[in-house]
Ligand binder design. Structure first.
Ligand code: PPY
Length: 312
């Protein structure tokens, strides 16, 4: 019997980030070699260059919305989403042993953590200055350093154990139900098989700026009964006012309604980048609208063939 191949997955590190916690929920963890990277682009570059087989990166959270750096990197191409992971996130205020809450004047954390604890920080440490770090665990590691310029970090509680910091306050998030969505990105390949509860991600670039351009994109989904789970515009970087649309929808590219919507987009857009079809993390199966099942599309195609052959 051959031993199952090991895979190397880069992630937004260092050890102790929420991203690492998300990676550790993946199946077949015993075959995964996790590789911490300092930034999201570094983790994704490791995949592009072949140093890593995949990368786990944050893409969206229920409070702050999309993670711009991840959306922009994925829009740049050469990567595909193979899996999504949902992780509830809770934050702690971590400091070197002996530090009191009142001593916390300089705090460091990831921008999304700062945003999700904004109210708590304003209420409890109104004078504190927050400096942004590349990740929550990087902030915790910086606080732990001898002679650190920071007094505390907002990070996962577990990062406190790793960097030997005390928990000064726990569950400091403003919204107790906050969830972050992570994706596993790999090099492009044929998407995995349909599971019946899937999502598809893509980026649509409009052909030229004109009235109704976004409506045209939405129409391609709407008329085929494809529900969107996220849509946001991101600047293309080519000039002011130039945007692409980063979209997640329900369904798999192998389903007729999704495939047809993608073909429709291909006709009306300058470019469509397919970013993958993958199982949805919540496993939710959706009720398809009447007229949008694969059988409905097949039936319509058969009917058209008969019309064309004069057999209708
Ligand atoms: O910095 C981290 O720990 C991350 O993994 C990014 C992040 C930050 C805040 C909420 C969710 C993910």
């Amino acid at each position: 019997m051959t031993e199952a191949a090991r895979v190397r997955y880069a992630y937004l590190g260092p050890a102790g980030t929420f991203t690492e916690a998300a990676l550790r929920t993946l199946p077949h963890l015993d075959r995964i070699d996790p590789e911490p990277c300092a930034t999201v682009p570094a983790a994704l570059d490791a995949v592009r260059s072949g140093t890593a087989d995949g990368a786990v990166v944050p893409i969206e959270n229920s409070v702050e919305g999309g993670v711009p750096v991840t959306l922009d990197e994925l829009a740049g191409g050469h990567l595909m989403i193979t899996r999504e992971i949902l992780l509830p996130v809770s934050f702690a205020l971590l400091a070197r042993p002996g530090t009191q809450l009142a001593d916390c004047k300089r705090i460091s954390t990831h921008p999304h953590a700062a945003a999700q604890c904004r109210r708590w920080l304003a209420d409890n440490l109104p004078q504190a200055e927050v400096t942004l770090a590349s990740s929550t665990a990087a902030a915790a590691a910086a606080v732990a350093e001898e002679g650190s310029e920071f007094d505390a970090a907002v990070a996962p509680r577990i990062a406190g154990e790793r960097y030997r910091l005390d928990v000064l306050a726990n569950e400091i998030e403003d919204n107790a139900d906050a969830v972050t969505r992570f994706v596993l990105a790999t090099r492009p390949a044929a998407p995995g098989p349909m599971t019946g509860a899937d999502k598809t991600s893509l980026v649509a670039f409009i052909r030229d700026d004109h009235p109704g351009a976004l409506l045209e994109i939405l129409d391609e989904f709407a008329v085929r009964g494809v529900n969107l789970t996220r849509i946001e515009s991101r600047p293309t970087g080519d000039g002011i006012g130039r945007y692409n649309f980063s979209i997640d929808c329900e369904g798999h590219v192998d389903e007729a309604r999704v495939g047809e919507a993608l073909m429709g987009l291909r006709r009306v857009c300058a470019e469509v980048r397919f970013l993958g079809s993958y199982p949805r993390a919540d496993g939710a199966r959706i009720d398809l609208r009447i007229g949008t099942t694969d059988a409905d599309f097949r039936g319509a195609a058969d009917w058209l063939a008969r019309v064309r052959e004069g057999r209708s």
